[in-house]
Design a binder for this molecule. Structure first.
Ligand code: SF4
Length: 276
């Protein structure tokens, strides 16, 4: 299907590289994932995700100064400058303007979110020098397949362990129980870093409000991840399948959000419309 998933003829087994975002995409709608991974449709870069990327870049620059966590003119200036640069770099790639609509709105909301991070979160960190740390580790292998997990951790903090920044519209932490039950990012990242907990700092809304939640992960979670990934691998390996399960039961399956809409559910609706 692509270089993340291929069959090695010499070895006689499959090689898979999974990012947690791929597993999430598969959870939402397997057929949408198949469309995107095969190149039949392009994933849409939305303004919400783009703002998150620019904010991440700004936070990364502050932490890379290794000057904190004491606020200083140097740190704040680095954050503002990096955000402006990050936003102007990513703006040309935006195809979906569903969240903020304009660059001006993204600029003001992003700056407010970063002020929230700088005032409420940054002073309470005990940051190590492990910022934006990439990993690519073999999760397991047997005679049928080699499974590798890959990703990038925002920060390893001496107190909080694995840390991730989120810059969404709503406050995820109100649904902490759900994340404790099924969040896959914390399972993958805790396994990869060999640490028992992951803390999400959430800069939500447009008021500069922040919140956080810490999720514990251990052997039981890693064992389920093994089963979940094995099932996903077997689906990818079934190359004779011409369609994967269709899951339209969520926000992602809509004209507004689904890049596959026009070749799947929207196509059917259009032909029905045409037939009256
Ligand atoms: S239109 Fe909906 S059901 Fe069809 S592939 Fe896309 S997300 Fe899945």
């Amino acid at each position: 299907m692509n270089r993340k998933h291929y069959y090695n003829n010499e070895e006689g087994r499959w090689h898979h590289v999974w990012h947690q975002s791929d597993l999430k995409k598969l959870d939402m709608c397997p057929e949408q994932a198949r469309f995107i991974w095969s190149g039949a449709v392009n994933d849409i870069q939305g303004d919400g995700a783009a703002l998150g990327t620019a904010c991440h870049y700004a936070v990364e620059q502050v932490l890379s100064l290794q000057d904190g966590p004491t606020p200083s003119d140097l740190a704040y200036g680095a954050m503002v400058e990096a955000f402006d640069q990050g936003l102007s770099d990513i703006t040309p790639t935006i195809e979906g303007w569903n969240s903020y609509k304009t660059v001006d709105k993204m600029t003001s909301v992003g700056q407010t979110k970063l002020d929230g991070w700088y005032n409420d979160v940054y002073p309470n960190l005990t940051p190590t020098d492990r910022v934006e740390e990439s990993f690519k580790k073999v999760f397991y292998e047997d005679d049928q397949r080699v499974v590798t997990l890959a990703g990038q951790v925002d920060l390893i903090d001496a107190n909080y362990g694995v840390v991730d920044w989120k810059f969404p519209k709503r406050d995820y932490t109100k649904e902490k129980w759900q994340y404790e039950r099924w969040d896959i990012q914390s399972t993958v990242y805790c396994w990869a870093m060999g640490l028992p907990q992951m803390t999400f700092f959430v800069m939500h809304g447009s008021s500069g409000a922040t919140s956080s939640m810490t999720i514990d992960r251990g052997p039981g979670d890693f064992s389920f991840l093994w089963r979940k990934i094995e099932a996903a691998c077997r689906l990818v390996e079934a190359t004779d399948l011409t369609v994967w399960p269709l899951n339209d039961a969520g926000w992602w399956c809509s004209e507004k959000w689904a890049p596959c809409w026009s070749v799947c559910k929207g196509k059917r609706a259009a032909s029905e419309d045409a037939n009256g």
